[in-house]
Design a protein around this ligand. Structure first.
Ligand SMILES: [Zn+2]
Length: 346
């Protein structure tokens, strides 16, 4: 199907609004057509600005590069793209939306001399692979999915009123494995029963496979938190958004960093599907150097599929129907990711 950019962009937003399955596929394919028409032209002139030792690029140039047209500004907020905008955010904020899906930038949008700018690392490591996954160099297709149910055995993970994280993660992985297997994927589990498996063992097993992606399933706990979030490996140098805080390890180049672009694209597919299917609050796509992401040679994500400490989330997580939705979102994510990077759908 050949579409004009603006038609596709409008359609994509409504895909997400109506909660139609394959939201991420719509994100990917829509932009693919949209930028094919305009994104490659007029892109040679970038104004690189320096701030706090980092490079920044003006958002109006980003809009032009991706064929999204002129930037709309209203107070501290901006939008790129037709209608309500496809890419949206605010000055001094790390919250960033692409096609209504929330991303947490590594550095806030910054006003430099009256121009709203995005950091180069966020542009290169997030915006680019999300908007143009089909351009990711060397992205390998997927016929195997490694499912990693968090915790197990003596490690219960978070404990809620209606059950423990380790049991819910195992159940979601089993349901996802069933769906993936039926769809023709090879499925590998890092654990398939209630046992303790060290993190090192999980990544060692995963790294035995190629043409594979890794999905770690977890549930959250703490504070007043509610909703779903998805973690991708932090690019080198940026702060981790998990409780680990900022460490010198930010400067290391880990195995997981070989897959920065694929990680961002796969996280987008995973998060879009989970947000739509779960119906829970969108906490965004975040970055962390969790062991299971850091030591992977494959593209990987870590899903936090709701809060056991929140009574409404807990009630849902305890229902088989909800866990089936999360499992379904994993199948959908793998399919959409595979399609987005240019592989044939399975
Ligand atoms: Zn966990």
């Amino acid at each position: 199907m050949v579409c004009k950019g603006s038609d596709v962009l409008t359609g994509r937003r409504s895909f997400l609004r109506s909660g139609v399955v394959a939201a991420a596929g719509a994100v990917f394919s829509g932009v693919r057509h949209g930028v094919a028409a305009a994104g490659e032209s007029g892109s040679s002139l970038w104004t690189v600005l320096s701030h706090e030792g980092r490079d920044y690029l003006p958002l109006e140039q980003v809009g032009r590069f991706y064929g999204l047209g002129a930037m709309q500004r209203s107070g501290s907020s901006f939008a790129l793209g037709p209608g309500e905008g496809v890419v949206k955010g605010h000055s001094a904020s790390s919250d960033f939306h692409i096609s209504r899906l929330k991303f947490i930038l590594s550095y806030p949008i910054t006003d430099l001399g009256g121009r709203l700018c995005i950091s180069r690392v966020d542009l290169v490591k997030l915006v680019e692979p999300v908007l143009r996954p089909f351009k990711i160099a060397g992205a390998s297709s997927v016929d195997t999915v490694i499912l990693d149910p968090g915790h197990g055995g003596s490690d219960k993970g978070a404990v809620g009123k209606l059950g423990s994280e380790k049991d819910f993660t195992l159940d979601v992985a089993a349901r996802a494995g069933e769906l993936l297997g039926r769809a023709g994927y090879r499925v590998v589990y890092t654990r398939s029963k209630d046992e303790f498996v060290p993190l090192e063992e999980r990544t060692r097993k995963a790294n035995l496979f190629s043409r594979a992606v890794f999905v770690s399933v977890h549930f959250n706990s703490g504070g007043n938190g509610t909703g779903v979030e998805t973690y991708a490996m932090s690019p080198r140098g940026v702060p981790s958004m998990s409780l680990e805080g900022a460490h010198l390890d930010a400067l290391e180049n880990y195995p997981g960093n070989q897959r920065d672009a694929e990680n961002a694209a796969f996280a987008t597919a995973a998060h879009a599907a989970m947000v739509v299917r779960s119906g829970l609050f969108d906490r965004g796509i975040k970055r962390a150097r969790f062991h299971v992401l850091r030591e992977l040679n494959l593209p990987g994500v870590l899903l936090e599929a709701g809060f056991l400490s929140n009574s409404e989330d807990m009630r849902r997580i305890a229902s088989a129907w909800y866990r089936q939705q999360v499992a379904g979102s994993i199948l959908e994510a793998v399919r959409n990711y595979r399609r987005a990077i240019g592989g044939a759908p399975v």
